[in-house]
Design a protein around this ligand. Sequence first.
Ligand code: HAM
Length: 434
Amino acid sequence: MTEYVSTQGYKGTRDFYPEDKRFLNWLKTKIDHVMRLYCFEEYDGPFLEPIELYLSKTSEEIVNQQLYSFRDKGDRHVAIRPEMTPTLARMIAKVHQTLVKPIRWYSMPTCMRYERPQRGRLREFIQLNVDLFGGNPKDEDLEILQIILSLMKSFGAQKEHYEVKISHRALLDFFLLKYVVLDKSHIPSVVRLLDKKDKISLEVFKEEAEKLGLETKAIDYLLMFLDKDLNSLCADLLKDSPDALYLKEILETLKSLDPHAPIEFSSSIVRGFDYYTGLVFEVFDRNPDNRRALFGGGRYDNLIASFGSEPLSGIGFGMGDVTFHHFLEGHHLIPSLAAKVPVSVIRFGEEDRVKALRLCQRLRDDLGLFVEAPLSLQKFGKQIQHAQKRNATCVAFIAQEDGEDGFTLKWLETGVQEHIKFDSNEYKNLSQRF
Ligand code: HAM
């Protein structure tokens, strides 16, 4: 018996059918436009990197649980990129001394993480990366947050649809050192616990905190911290933190540019990556059906220097296509993206193949029209039906009365038929009618 191969792809990956590519192309075109408005340039890097790049530079969770890694035929240990930041840092470290600053770069790589596929999280996803280096940190932080707001606006998102939550790693370190941990070396494990706080119950959170050696008082401080807004923290627990004032200033500046910008401080934002050192942020959909973050990012001061290069601070974010698609869908922000065929050329028999192909070629070459050539020899009515199914604007064909120097155009919406000569003004101006 024949054994058929399954049509099911690898778990957590997607097949991109033409309608899916239409969405992605639309998304990319809009993103490209916003990035050009901010004078960013596009870059790209390899899908595969030596594993060492990730061992020291990405999060512990990614390295231990989510990295796709294997030995190549030359016994080199390599990994598929789970994120773009280590590759970007490597690329920047290699050349930044020769580059004009500030460096504004973006990319839309495919990444892979061995995660449990669920709503909003897959194993293979596309992630917009926007990063900025070599400017004044405060201006950079503001620009990165402004870009997020502009991107959301460009997709028609309203302030009720989403929220940008910001915090600061140094502020968190300050708080943890003052109230929660005994020394700096305990900070990363507490940060990782805080990062998953929303995914676990309060009991589990307390249990895990105890396992990290935190006393009841320290855990109470943590919970108190998570409960407060920036003003009350500044008046109380974070009174002497310069970073709390910094965040206030960032928020005030952004609100003075747009008083309705949906951006706030949130102590729950910690980010799971160890490389963040300053401002950190995430963007969330307010739609409760789409709970995973849309964007995540922050400032990283030491990543570039870790390649032995001159230090250079960077800030950036990643935005995944999966949750962003759910976001746009949930708020009805995706326009109709049906494929359109402006002109469908039809023919009637074996003998008019060359004439029909010549007509296709002329319409493409002379007028730059998008033309579908006939691949079947069905009756006129059937071909019209086919053109309608393909969403064609009109069909073109050479009728007997057209002779050698013209053709007939039938507009499908109105049914109006026109005879057009190649040397007429009507022909020259035809493309303006689509
Ligand atoms: P991240 O928070 O791991 O950050 O990812 C950023 C965004 O990528 C998430 O908010 C989500 O939209 C998307 N994403 C992540 N994992 C998955 C997944 N398994 N399936 C679908 N979407 C996913 C980073 O990756 C940082 N490197 C971002 C960054 C750039 N920081 C500075 N520059």
